[in-house]
Design a binder for this molecule. Sequence first.
Ligand code: SF4
Length: 424
Amino acid sequence: MDSDSSPWDDALTRSADLRRFRLAALKWYDRHGRKLPWRFTADPYRIWLSEIMLQQTTVAAVVPYFERFLAAFPTVRELAESDIDRVLRLWEGLGYYSRARNLHKAANQICREHNGEFPANAEQLNALPGVGRYTAGAIASFAFNLPAPIVEANTERLYARLLGLSVDVKSSAGQKALWSFAGRIVPDTRSGDFNQAMMDLGANVCTPQNPRCSECPLSRCCKAFGSGRQGEIPVRKARTPVTEIDEVAIVLIDRHQVLMRRRTSSERWAGMWDFPRFELTPEDRDLLDKRLLQTPRAGSGKSKNSTRTKSLFERAEITLPRSILEQTGSLVNVEAGQILAATQFRYAVTRYRVTLRAVVCSVDQRTAHGRVDSGSLDTDWFSAQHLDHLPLSQTGRRVADWVAGLTMQPKYQRSQPENSNEAT
Ligand code: SF4
C-alpha cells in the first residue's frame, strides 16, 4: 500500500475486476448516458462553460443559460473582450456570481497566457480562476481524453457507496479516499466517457434516495449494496441549522430615477448592482415595521395590518428610523426623505432565510447627481426601466420589477412632493 492509499482502497484491486468494472460502466453509458448539449463536442471552451455553470446548479437550470451564453460569446476571446456587466447580466438568475466573474478573468488569462487556447493539462487548467480540481479533471478528460480523475456531487455519492465509505465524505480522510479511488478507476482510453458514465450513474441510478441497485451495472462490486448500507452512505455531518435574518433595501427615487450602488468585492454578489441594502438589527426591524404598519395606504381606504402590501402610501410624512437613515447615507451618501411605498420578499441563501423589506423613499439631499465612483462608493442613477439592463441578484431583480411596476402607476406620480422641482 503506497503512502497515498486509504483503508478503503482495497476495492477493485484485481486488474480483471477493474477491467470488468470499466467495461460495464462504458456499456451502460453507451445505452443510457444523458444527451446533454455540451456532450456533443470536444471543444474545451464549451465544456469549461458548462462545468462552471453546473457547479451548485441543476442540469435543467443550466441548459437555457448555456445556450444564451454561447450565442452571446461563441469563443473564449469574445468572452474575454466583453464588458463584465454584460457577462453578469447574462448570468443573472444562476446565482453564485463569483463564477461569472472568475469566468471572465479566466477567459482573459487564457487569451493572455495561452494565446486563446485551453491548456491540455489538468495542472495548468487548475491554475485558472474558478477552476478547481474537479473542473480541471472534467475539462482534461472530456475535451482532451486525458485520464484525469473527477469527484463531484454525483460521483462522490457513487464512489462512497462503491467503497462502503463509513467516514464523512467531506472530511479530509473521506476526500482522500474518494480522489484516490477516482484516480485508480479512470482508464487511459475513453477517459472522458468513463468519467461522464460515473456522473450519470450517480445522477440517475445511484440517487440520493432509493438508489436503483437492481438496474446498476456496478452492483456486483458495490460494498454498500453488498452490506445493505445504501441508506447510510454517504455519511455526512449534521447540517448547520437555518438562521433567520432581516434586511432592508432602500429604493431612493428622485426625478424618476433610482439610485443604485455597485456591490464591493468584499460583499456577497460582488460587482452586481443593487439598491442600498443592509441587515437590520431586531430593534431597527421593529421600529421600521411599526412605522410601515402605521402608514395609511393610498386608495385602500384602510390600513392593512401587514408590510406585505404592494400599494403606495398616502403622503403621511413618514420617514425611515434614524439609524436606518444613517446606514443608508453611509452606503450611498444620500439622505432619504419620505417613505412612499413598501413591500417585502422572502428568500434563502445558503443557511440563511432572509426577510427583505423594500422601502421606496423620496430624496431630501443629494451630494452629487450622476455617477459617484470614489473608493468603495460606486453609485449611479437609473430610470426604473433602465434597471432591466443592469446585472442584479435574483432578489435585486424582484425589487426592480416591483419598482418598475410602481413607477408606472399614476398614484406614484401623485405621491411625489407637490412643491418639489425634482418631481418633474
Ligand atoms: Fe449505488 Fe446501488 Fe449501484 Fe451501489 S449498487 S453503486 S448503491 S446504485
